[in-house]
Design a protein around this ligand. Structure first.
Ligand code: FAD
Length: 294
């Protein structure tokens, strides 16, 4: 099923996982993590591409496993930063044969070494979406990435949102947001996107914070703002794993409940393959969440 058809009838719950580097961890992911996540009846599970240097083969393999063994739809991430139309054709054909009908079409991060030219048939995610729309003519429901605190390379928020509208015009049928910790930031972003003519569903991406170094890494990669009360707590208990997990659980639970109360289109949780923590989180919010996602 296409995810855009699910949005027509309900709010969505989704999780994101990444293909592990080592083969034996892939087995654990499939046998344990995905099974546990599936017990929360997510509408879709997205599988990243390229993170930690793994190959698309793993993304396609895991997406196929989700399709065949769970009640969730797989959303396969696909980047185009150093890709050709030939590579994209092969990947899309492989996914289509595995009955994977949903793609998160992305540019991907530019290589850090700027001295090596990047050879690609595509400049931006919108070029990729336009190409797949034309070549595969409606076989896939396509989603795009959006950035409540703007993409780090964008000059300003208005310009970034203009490009978001361009992605919608290129065929993207919903947006998954970058992580953020301040819901007010997301609500302001939503208003601006709607004003600029973005009409498709925009789902907030929530990253449960479970350790201090992870929080620091997220700030560096995304440039996201961390509310002072969360930062102060993390600074005080940075060496106490249990204390950090406790605030992570409470903070993330509240963040999701507040988004639900504000009637967002769905909730996307960056699970980071930590199904144990996700289980505690989902149990914490089960009363309100069950009603919202039913
Ligand atoms: P684009 O939409 O191309 O935007 C990139 C920059 O160019 C932005 O600054 C934008 O304002 C600007 N821009 C956009 N269109 C135009 C245009 N037509 N003309 C001029 N400028 C333009 N990365 C991975 O490698 N693998 C993953 O699996 C992955 N999953 C992700 C999932 C989510 C939900 C998110 C939010 C990000 C993910 N990323 C992933 C990271 C993503 O690849 C990077 O953020 C990347 O730098 C930008 O990708 P994009 O698709 O947003 O690019």
């Amino acid at each position: 099923m296409k995810i855009c058809d699910i949005f027509a009838r309900k709010k969505t719950l989704s999780f994101e996982i990444f293909p592990p580097k080592r083969e034996e961890d892939t087995f654990t992911l499939i046998e344990d993590t995905i099974t546990r996540l599936d017990s929360y009846r997510p509408d879709f599970i997205s599988v990243t591409y390229g993170a930690l240097g793994n190959t698309l083969t793993n993304t396609a393999k895991i997406a196929k496993h989700i399709k065949e063994n769970t009640s969730a739809e797989p959303l396969a991430h696909l980047t185009c930063v150093a890709s050709t139309t030939g590579i994209i054709d092969n990947v899309c054909t492989e996914l289509k044969e595995a009955r994977v009908e949903n793609l998160l079409t992305l540019r991907g991060d530019m290589p850090k070494d700027t001295s090596v030219p990047v050879l690609s048939d595509f400049r931006h995610a919108s070029d990729l979406a336009r190409y797949i729309s034309w070549k595969f003519n409606g076989d896939f429901c396509m989603a795009g990435a959006c950035y409540p605190e703007k993409h780090p390379e964008a000059d300003n928020m208005s310009r970034d949102i203009e490009y978001m509208k361009m992605k919608q015009d290129a065929g993207m049928q919903f947006f998954n947001s970058q992580l953020f910790f301040d819901n007010e930031v997301f609500y302001h972003f939503l208003l601006k996107a709607r004003k600029a003519g973005v009409t498709v569903p925009i789902i907030p991406g929530i990253m449960p914070v479970t350790n201090y170094s992870q929080l620091d890494r997220m700030i560096q990669v995304t440039g996201c703002n961390v509310p002072l009360k969360l930062r102060n707590y993390f600074d005080r208990y940075k060496d106490d794993k249990a204390a950090i997990e406790e605030i992570g659980l409470i903070f993330t639970s509240y963040q999701i409940l507040d988004l639900i109360a504000n009637d967002v289109d769905g909730i996307h949780i960056y699970s980071m393959n930590k199904s144990g923590f996700i289980a505690r989180l989902m149990d914490n919010i089960s009363y309100v969440a069950d009603k919202f996602f039913e």
